[in-house]
Design a protein around this ligand. Structure first.
Ligand code: GTP
Ligand code: MG
Length: 305
């Protein structure tokens, strides 16, 4: 059979929180598109990233981590995963190696395949991430266990952090991409608007800067994104955003002593936003309290969940 010269299609990355799904997307695209933090449940929505090479265009869809829902927000995140799986031509079941004696959470992997991967009825490749944490021998053992137990198309070990195993991953995906022409122009990295990535950068900085419940109780909304540079290049773009929290105590923590924490947050976010947009911006952040927003359907809906 002749192999087509060009292939294009959708690959959904799904797996537990903290598996390295967003790190993998960024590494494949060689660009920091999806936010990454050491904390679980960083990603809350579908993130589209478009990979281009001579043979293929692969639209990767990064998703929130699959967990047991404890609140309405989690249920919304899981329904995003479920819907996104339906868009897949092929699913990457991303499973992390760990440092424990077992090196893999077999119970979770079983649940992932039985409750999520199998019901989606899509071709699936099992990708074992964080291979830098375990020996090659352990990798072979676990790949064999996964292949024998769940029969994916293949089981591949990669390190998203170090960039190993990714060529093999792309080679595995290509035969399952149904289109023979690119869907998007070559320079296009995502279908999401700039303002979405701006709000994600602010969320990332909140995850990195604050502890405990604060990042999880926070949502970021862009209220205004005024592009002024096009008419007058000497004027900076204006970005006004609201950081939503659940309680007044969280608002105080975000602001910090005499506003010091908020100032630090603004500086860190602005620096990354300017790098993303390639131009200077004014960033204004307001903190708003919306009691129990994570439990309220109408608020979740207004924030895009
Ligand atoms: N050692 C090692 N760490 C990794 C690797 N890939 C990702 N990590 C780390 O794992 C943590 C989680 O990475 P993310 O990419 O945010 O994970 P995620 O699966 O997107 O997590 P959620 O969005 O919370 O579901 C970060 O601290 C990453 O640096 C890897 O290949 N090796
Ligand atoms: Mg993520």
């Amino acid at each position: 059979m002749e192999t087509p010269v060009f292939s294009c299609g959708f690959a959904v990355i799904a797996g537990p929180p903290n598996a390295g799904k967003s790190t993998l997307l960024n590494r494949l695209l060689d660009c920091k598109l999806s936010i990454v933090t050491p904390k679980p449940q960083t990603t809350r929505k579908k993130i589209t990233g478009i990979y281009h090479d001579d043979r293929s265009q692969i639209i990767f869809l990064d998703t929130p981590g699959i967990m047991r829902p404890q609140q309405k927000l989690h249920e919304s995140m899981l329904s995003i995963v479920r819907q996104t799986l339906q868009e897949a031509d092929i699913v990457i079941a991303l499973i992390p190696y760990g440092k424990g004696t077992e090196h893999i959470d077999r119970d979770f992997v079983t649940e992932l395949f039985e409750k999520w991967i199998r019901p989606a009825s899509k071709p699936v490749v099992a990708v074992l991430n964080k291979s830098d944490l375990v020996s090659p021998e352990t990798q072979r053992q676990i790949e064999t266990w996964i292949s024998n137990t769940f029969s994916p198309l293949s089981a591949i070990s990669v390190s998203a952090k170090e960039g190993t195993g990714l060529e093999k991953l792309i080679d595995t995906l290509i035969p399952f991409l149904p289109m023979d022409e690119p869907l998007y122009p070559e320079e296009m990295l995502s279908t999401a608007p700039e303002r979405f990535f701006v709000s994600e950068i602010i969320r990332e900085k909140i995850f990195l800067q604050y502890g405990k419940e604060v990042p999880y109780s926070t949502e970021v909304v862009i209220d205004e994104f005024r592009e002024q540079h096009e008419n007058d290049p000497s004027r900076k773009d204006l970005i006004r955003c609201s950081v939503i929290v659940e309680r007044d105590t969280q608002k105080q923590i975000l602001i910090g002593n005499r506003g010091s924490a908020l100032k630090k947050l603004g500086q860190a976010a602005r620096s990354d936003i300017e790098e993303l947009l390639g131009r200077p911006v004014f960033l204004e952040i307001f903190i708003k309290v919306r009691p129990d927003w994570r439990k309220k359907q109408h608020l979740l809906k207004s924030y895009g969940y």
